[in-house]
Design a protein around this ligand. Structure first.
Ligand code: SF4
Length: 192
């Protein structure tokens, strides 16, 4: 497949250009806090696997970020490396886990205080979502359209609108149902 297609150095810039909001948000909080709770690690870790990170890259990615925070290398290897290998089907029941779909992110395991996973269109307070969209340079009229869709509980359409506005396409040629699909479509538009 696409394993090894991206390098770890590319992740920061890709997160701003081609990640859907849910993944951009967990990535940002990982970089800021050097930590992510289990729900975030699963959602984001499987997404990264889906865009092509190899197991070795994933271990390096999580390790280098976590050891910038309160976790030292030894603790990482003892407490977290297992769960990374697990995601790649190398431990436990050896299930090769697939990245979460939008429905799964939207409907299961809602984030609580201190969590950064979930779907921002579904789980963020609308006022916070609005601020986030402003920071991400969505136009005021675009923000109004997105918030209208959110109000009608059309979360994936709101995300698709965000895609259209941030990629300068009139109407997306796909119907969004998966964060990894968002990434692929974005790379297509951007020629990545
Ligand atoms: Fe992520 Fe899907 Fe929500 Fe978009 S609609 S932010 S891709 S979960």
């Amino acid at each position: 497949k696409n394993v090894g297609k991206i390098s770890l150095e590319q992740i920061d810039s890709l997160s701003g250009k081609s990640f859907p909001l849910c993944m951009r948000q967990v990535h940002q909080s990982l970089r800021e806090n050097h930590h992510l709770r289990h729900g975030g690690r699963m959602q984001y870790g499987l997404f990264l696997k889906g865009i092509g990170l190899s197991l070795e890259q994933a271990l390096q990615f999580w390790r280098s970020e976590f050891i910038k925070g309160k976790v030292d290398a030894d603790k990482f290897d003892k407490a977290y490396a297992y769960s990374v290998r697990h995601m790649f089907g190398k431990e436990g029941k050896r299930t090769d886990y697939t990245p979460y779909s939008c429905m799964k992110v939207i409907l299961s395991n809602a984030p609580s205080q201190g969590d950064h996973h979930g779907c921002p269109f579904r789980h963020s307070d609308p006022e916070l979502l609005k601020q986030k969209l402003q920071v991400y340079k969505v136009s005021p009229s675009g923000i109004i359209q997105i918030l209208e869709l959110v109000k009608g509980m059309h979360y994936q359409l709101a995300c698709q609108k965000y895609f259209e506005l941030t990629h300068n396409v009139e109407e997306a040629s796909f119907s969004l149902n998966h964060p990894n699909q968002y990434f692929i479509e974005s790379q297509k538009v951007l020629g990545g």
